[in-house]
Design a protein around this ligand. Structure first.
Ligand SMILES: [Zn+2]
Length: 131
């Protein structure tokens, strides 16, 4: 599925950046269009908690010109109920931060560099039979 491809892309980015370190928590910002859960498929990301921030879709009503945001990728206008709505945004996937399992008293074990997850990184991972 399309949504799972983003999921795989996020997982691939987590594993690459962790480089074998056990991951405790993962922060992901994801557009409402691709709202998914990060499925950890073993390895360092197994058992990691995912903090998912869903970015709403921005809508502009063509009838009454209201601007609004919605978690629905195909929203109706909340003011007049029109379906003539231009929706934009809400389609990004960003790996915002990683937090590693605290081992041997290493306290500052976090990676806070945000990284946009490209939509096609899943293909390599999928063809290797998973990660
Ligand atoms: Zn409207």
């Amino acid at each position: 599925m399309h949504e799972m491809s983003y999921c795989e892309g996020v997982l691939e980015a987590v594993l690459r950046r962790a480089s074998g370190r056990p991951v405790a928590r993962v922060g992901v910002r994801i557009g409402a269009v691709h709202r998914v859960q990060l499925a950890a498929a073993g390895g360092p990301a197994e058992g990691a908690t995912t903090d998912l921030v869903v970015v709403p879709v921005q809508g502009h009503c063509m009838d009454c010109r209201a601007d609004f945001s919605s978690a629905d990728p195909a929203p109706a206008c909340p003011s007049c109920g029109s379906l003539e709505v231009a929706a934009y945004g809400g389609d990004e996937v960003v790996l915002e931060w990683l937090q590693y399992v605290d081992t041997a008293g290493s306290a500052a074990s976090a990676d806070r560099q945000a990284e946009v997850v490209p939509p096609h990184t899943h293909l390599a991972a999928a063809h290797q039979g998973g990660v």
